[in-house]
Design a protein around this ligand. Structure first.
Ligand SMILES: C[S@@+](CC[C@H](N)C(=O)[O-])C[C@H]1O[C@@H](n2cnc3c(N)ncnc32)[C@H](O)[C@@H]1O
Length: 251
């Protein structure tokens, strides 16, 4: 399997991702749109490599620019499906899949060691309700997933792209949120979380402006029980940093 160029996110979620030498503010000549991730080196451990070899064939769904039969992807299991975008090392993903066993989780991540790490957790915790697509979630939404089908979308600690000139790389932008909302079934939800206040403010503004969505809270939402505090988040909280959750529903 080949992986797109990406950022290693064994880094804390607030990592700045501003490697100017990588031309972070310019699209690659072969890419027509800016990506929400950028190439950096990553290291796959032996355990992750073993997980790829043993569990990859069962849990990895190859990217193809064609509509995906979600039920078939989950081995015929009919269940509400939540899309997770950018699961990093998969700590929260594995936890949530365990506490919500009646939900299918279709999870996109472009960072190879992260994919290996989640496969490893799937094996260690005998998780059956996760499938992984190791590809850009934007393409996955555009080509594989059908409008009106998702029960939810999770976007936890997306790359904050701190510098103003890189803000346009942030995932939560009006056009992308419209696309996410269109992929939700009625009553479906989008749950975002971030520890970067300016991005939280952008998320609130963009989600609130999307006519297909309504806020489930007055402004920011209380953290839903299913989302665990990851080690990065705990570290941030100890340093006095805030975390903002946002939960919007499709009307
Ligand atoms: C800052 S990390 C957060 C990881 C994890 N959600 C957490 O809370 O620790 C953001 C992750 O999103 C991934 N990512 C960014 N853009 C993506 C995209 N368009 N499709 C899939 N993954 C993406 C990155 O590779 C990275 O691992």
């Amino acid at each position: 399997m080949t992986f797109p160029d990406t950022v290693p996110h064994d880094l804390p979620p607030s990592d700045d991702n501003t490697d100017d030498s990588a031309g972070a503010d310019k699209p690659h000549p072969l890419h027509r749109r800016l990506k929400s991730f950028v190439k950096r080196a990553g290291r796959t451990t032996d355990g992750q490599a073993r997980a790829f070899a043993e569990l990859g064939p069962l849990f990895l769904i190859p990217y193809t620019p064609e509509p995906l039969d979600l039920t078939a992807a989950f081995g015929g299991r009919v269940a509400p499906t939540v899309l997770e975008i950018g699961f990093g090392m998969g700590e929260a993903t594995a936890h949530i899949a365990t506490v919500l066993p009646e939900t299918n989780f279709f999870c996109c991540e472009v960072h190879e060691p992260g994919v290996g790490a989640l496969l490893k957790r799937i094996g260690e915790q005998s998780i059956s309700n996760i499938r992984i697509c190791a590809h850009d979630a934007v393409d996955v939404l555009d080509h594989m997933l059908q409008p009106g089908t998702l029960a939810g979308v999770h976007v936890f600690f997306p790359d904050p792209w701190h510098k103003k000139r890189h803000n346009k790389r942030r995932l939560i932008q009006p056009e992308f949120v419209t696309k996410l909302a269109q992929h939700l079934r009625p009553g479906g939800y989008i749950h975002c979380a971030t520890d970067w206040q300016p991005y939280a403010e952008q998320m609130l503004e963009v989600l609130a402006a999307e006519p297909l969505l309504r806020n489930t809270a007055e402004g920011y939402a209380p953290k839903p029980d299913y989302r665990p505090l990851t080690k990065f988040e705990n570290r941030g909280i100890k340093l006095g940093h805030g975390v903002w959750d946002l939960v919007f529903e499709r009307a």
